[in-house]
Design a binder for this molecule. Structure first.
Ligand code: FMN
Length: 356
């Protein structure tokens, strides 16, 4: 039924539906269920230690013998300008006071680069079928080593220029992530909010610009969206938000409750929680920070200031419930059932369009 079979052959899967790697939310149980249903399950390893990654892969291999994807963040060792830290401390202090947390910490955690030699060695040992990257790609020697180990590589683009860069770097496919998408934007450079490109506009322009298969991501949650992605020139889709309501997902109860009554206008794009732009449910903290935009501490180091606010558990003040603009379409059903429904709905959408 699939009009473009390239990804089925490259990934050795039955359906070109990728369950997005979602650090903290995509569990081995979720990813294995998607793999067993013929899709490509993914684990988000961007915030995991090597030991945690080993454990998750062992759990994955207990649950499935099909190909799966491990995902990594690509960024330098984060370094924050001391002046930026001081100015941010002043901006977050009122929220610390409101939540009774005293003064914010005046130092940031030391964090290593997103993808380092330890992780490269780990991948060469674990040998997943697919590795995906967010925020760019690692150094050419790492790409060459992974490719010569037979690992298929993909990465996210949010513009045509980023997609061309990924193709030149040797990626086997590119994920075209639109502005609607839940979670962090995989932009290689920060995008000013007014320049965010939606999936409908992005996918055909990237499909025209590259030879490698394009995977559409952002706002796709049912068969209508999947059929539309193929009409736009995609060879597959990557869905994140749609899988968050599955019982196998590691979605926390507060976010599950939000998803159960979600609307298309719930979310906002903000870099004020992590240091990179992400789509999440609105919160008063993020809205206030966006209203007075200023340089922020580096990606992930900023969590050193915002984690205590989130841990206070007062979502109306500060939260980071990542999900996208299509959440109203979510279904709280097991991942295998969701996969069956997605495939059947896409077939029905293709048939409907062919009849007219
Ligand atoms: C909760 C959540 C966490 C995410 N974490 C990651 C991640 O760790 N790595 C990554 O490449 N993409 C991540 N993403 C983005 C997805 O890969 C994908 O681009 C996005 O979910 C697609 O849009 P959708 O949510 O509308 O389906 C995340 C998305 C969500 C909703």
């Amino acid at each position: 039924m699939w009009p473009d079979r390239r990804l089925l052959d490259v990934f050795n899967i039955d359906h070109p539906i990728i369950q997005a790697p979602m650090a903290g939310s995509a569990t081995p149980a979720l990813a294995a269920a998607v793999c067993n249903a013929g899709g490509l399950g993914s684990l988000g390893c961007g915030e995991s230690t090597p030991d945690q990654i080993r454990g998750a892969v062992a759990a994955m291999r207990q649950g499935t013998n099909r190909p799966f994807n491990l995902n990594f963040f690509v960024h330098e060792k984060p370094e924050t300008d001391p002046d930026v830290l001081q100015r941010t401390l002043q901006r977050v202090a009122p929220f610390y006071r409101e939540l009774g947390l005293g003064d914010p910490p005046d130092t940031l955690p030391e964090i290593g680069p997103g993808f380092d030699d330890t992780r490269l060695e780990l991948l060469l040992d674990l040998r997943p079928a697919v590795v995906s990257f967010h925020f760019g790609v690692p150094e050419p020697n790492a790409i060459a080593a992974l490719k010569s180990a037979g690992i298929i590589l993909i990465s996210t683009a949010t513009t045509v220029a980023e997609a061309i860069t990924l193709q030149s770097a040797g990626m086997d496919a590119v994920i075209a992530q639109g502005w609607e998408a839940g979670g962090h934007r995989g932009s290689h450079q920060p995008t000013e909010p007014a320049a965010g490109v939606g999936t409908l506009a992005l996918v055909p322009q990237i499909a025209d610009a590259v030879r490698i298969p394009v995977i559409a991501a952002g706002g796709i949650a049912d068969g209508r969206g999947i059929a539309a992605a193929f009409a736009l020139g995609a060879a597959g889709v990557q869905l994140g938000t749609a899988f968050l309501s599955c019982p196998e997902a590691g979605t926390d109860p507060a976010r599950r409750a939000l998803l159960a009554t979600a609307s298309e206008t719930d979310t906002m794009m903000t870099d004020a929680v992590s240091g990179k732009s992400a789509r999440a449910a609105r919160s008063r903290f993020a809205m206030a920070m966006e209203a007075s935009r200023a340089p922020l501490p580096a990606f992930r180091q900023l969590y050193g200031l915002t984690d205590p606010l989130l841990a206070a558990g007062k979502d109306e003040v500060a939260s980071f419930h990542l999900y996208g603009q299509s959440a109203r379409l979510n279904r709280a059903i097991p991942a295998a059932e969701l996969m069956t429904a997605l495939v059947a709905e896409t077939a029905a959408a293709f048939a409907r369009l062919a009849q007219r």
